[in-house]
Design a protein around this ligand. Structure first.
Ligand code: GLN
Length: 453
C-alpha cells in the first residue's frame, strides 16, 4: 500500500486507542500525511530507502523543528524548537514519516511514565499497569501497534525497562554511537538515543539511519557505521555467552528466573556456549548512578530559568523571583528531588565524598565489564526485576522506583550497548531478556536478538 494509506491507518489507530493509553503528547496528522505523500513520490522516482514512507514517532525529548517538544514537563509545555535534533533530521532525510511525539517521564527521570506533566501512559497489556519509563510512551505505542517504531533514550534503563514491560524490542547503543545533539539533556555522560521496535530487524533499520558521527556532538564517535541488517542472520554457533552471577542471585524473582533461563536454553539450542561470569561491583551501580545522574542533571537543568525558553512565572517582582518561582512552578517533584540531590553532591566539601567517589566506583564497574568481555562475546540477564507494576504502586517510594533499573544502570555507567527483547510472560504480563554487548557491537546484539525472534 502507499505511505499515505499506511500513515492514515496508523493515525486512525492512534485516534481510536490513544485517548485511553495516552502514549502520545502530540500527534501531527497534517505534517505526517504531507511527508507520506512526499515519500510516495520518492518511492515512485526510485530514490527511496528502506524507511522511506514508514511511520514512526519520536520520544518527546528530541527537538523537532516547528513541533512542540515538551520533555514531559510543564517547563517546556509551550516550547517549539526552531531546529531539529540530529536524530530527527536523519530520520526525516531518509523519508521516514513522523506521526508525533510520545509521552515520557518528566525530563526522562523515572521508570513508569507517571511523572509526565501530561498524565501517565497505560501499558496496553494490562489494566492499570505502568508501561515502564522513562520512554513509556514509545514502548506502549509500539506494543499497541499505534506505530511500528519509535525513538527513545536511555540514561539508566529508559529504553530497556519499558521495552521489557511492554513486550517489545528496545536497543540502547554504545555511548557515542548516536548523536545527542538536540536531545534534551538529562545526564550527558550517560544519555544515549536508541530504538523501540517490534523486532531486531526494524531496530537495525532505524539504527542504520540514526548512528554515526556528528560534528555537533563532541562525544559522538567517528567510526564507520556497519549495515546492521547485514549480520542479522549470522549463525550463533560458538557464541560465548556470560551470565553475571550477581544478576542471578537468590533474590531474583523465581518466575523471572524461570523465564530468563528458558530463553537462555533456547540460545544454547542455537549453539551458544553459556558460562557464569562475575561483575563484582554490580551492587554499587544504583548508588553511583544516583550521585552522578542527579549531579549532571542539576547542571543541565540550570538553563531552565524562565528567561530563554519555556515556562515563565506570572508577574515576577525581580530577577530572583523570576528564577525561583519559574522553577518552583515549572518542575515536578521528581525533577526537584534530583536537582536538590545533585546540587548537594556537587557542593564544596561534599564533592570528594560523593561525586568523586561515585566516579571511582563507575570506573570499577566499567572495568568489571572489560574483564567479563575478555572471556565472552555477550552477557545476558533479566531486563527488570519483575513485570509491569500497577499505576501508583511505586510513586510514593522513590527508592522502589529506582530499583527498577537494577539490571540496566551499570551498562550506562560503562557506556556499553544493550537490548531488551521479549522473553515470555508472567501472569499475562511480558518480561524481557537483556543482552549486553561489548563496545560498538550493536551488530552482534541485533544478530543474537534476531535469531531468537
Ligand atoms: N529510571 C532511571 C532514572 O529515573 C533511568 C531513566 C533514564 O534512563 N532516562 O533516572
Amino acid at each position: 500500500c502507499s505511505s499515505v494509506e499506511l500513515t492514515q491507518q496508523f493515525l486512525d489507530r492512534i485516534e481510536q486507542q490513544d485517548r485511553h493509553l495516552n502514549s502520545f503528547i502530540t500527534v501531527t496528522p497534517e505534517a505526517a500525511l504531507a511527508d507520506a505523500k512526499a515519500a510516495d513520490e520518492r518511492r515512485a522516482n526510485g530514490s527511496a530507502t528502506p524507511l522511506t514512507g514508514i511511520p514512526f514517532a519520536h520520544k518527546d525529548i528530541f527537538c523537532t523543528n516547528g513541533v512542540a517538544t515538551t520533555c514531559g514537563s510543564k517547563m517546556l509545555a509551550n516550547f517549539v524548537p526552531p531546529y531539529d535534533a540530529t536524530v530527527t533530521s536523519r530520520l526525516r532525510d531518509t523519508g521516514a514519516v513522523c506521526l508525533g511525539k510520545t509521552n515520557m517521564d518528566e525530563f526522562a527521570m523515572g521508570s513508569s511514565t507517571e511523572s509526565s506533566y501530561f498524565g501517565a501512559t497505560l501499558n496496553p497489556w494490562g489494566d492499570q499497569r505502568v508501561p515502564g519509563g522513562s520512554s513509556g510512551g514509545s514502548s506502549a505505542a509500539v506494543a499497541a501497534r499505534l506505530i511500528p517504531g519509535a525513538t527513545a533514550t536511555d540514561t539508566g534503563g529508559s529504553i530497556r525497562q519499558p521495552a521489557a514491560l511492554c513486550g517489545v524490542t528496545g536497543l540502547k547503543p554504545t555511548y557515542g554511537r548516536v548523536s545527542r545533539y538536540g536531545m534534551i539533556a538529562f545526564a550527558s555522560s550517560l544519555d544515549q538515543a536508541g530504538t523501540m521496535t517490534r523486532t531486531a530487524e526494524d531496530s537495525a533499520l532505524m539504527l542504520n539511519t540514526m548512528a554515526g558521527h556528528d560534528p555537533r556532538d563532541a562525544t559522538s564517535v567517528s567510526r564507520a557505521v556497519p549495515d546492521y541488517t547485514a549480520t542479522l542472520n549470522e549463525p550463533l554457533k560458538g557464541l560465548r555467552v556470560g551470565l553475571p552471577s550477581q544478576y542471578f542471585s537468590d533474590d531474583l524473582n523465581p518466575a523471572m528466573a524461570e523465564q530468563v533461563n528458558a530463553a537462555i536454553r533456547e540460545y544454547e539450542k542455537l549453539g551458544a556456549e553459556v558460562r557464569e561470569v562475575s561483575l563484582p561491583n554490580a551492587d554499587l551501580a544504583i548508588a553511583a548512578y544516583y550521585v552522578i545522574a542527579p549531579a549532571e542533571a542539576s547542571a543541565n537543568l540550570s538553563r531552565f530559568d524562565g528567561v530563554r525558553y519555556g515556562y515563565r512565572c506570572e508577574n515576577p517582582s525581580d530577577l530572583m523571583d523570576l528564577y525561583t518561582r519559574t522553577r518552583a512552578e515549572g518542575f515536578g517533584s521528581e525533577v526537584k528531588r534530583r536537582i536538590l540531590v545533585g546540587t548537594y553532591a556537587l557542593s564544596a566539601g561534599y564533592y570528594d565524598a560523593y561525586y568523586l567517589k561515585a566516579q571511582k566506583v563507575r570506573r570499577l564497574i566499567q572495568q568489571d565489564f572489560v574483564n567479563a568481555f575478555s572471556e565472552v562475546d555477550l552477557l545476558m540477564s533479566p531486563a527488570t526485576p519483575s513485570p509491569a507494576f500497577r499505576i501508583g504502586e511505586k510513586t510514593d517510594d522513590p527508592v522502589q522506583m529506582y530499583l527498577e533499573d537494577t539490571f540496566t544502570i551499570a551498562i550506562n555507567l560503562a557506556g556499553l550497548p544493550a537490548m531488551s527483547i521479549p522473553a515470555g510472560q508472567i501472569d499475562g504480563m511480558p518480561v524481557g531478556l537483556q543482552l549486553i554487548g561489548n563496545y560498538f557491537e550493536e551488530g552482534r546484539l541485533l544478530n543474537a536478538a534476531h535469531q531468537f525472534q
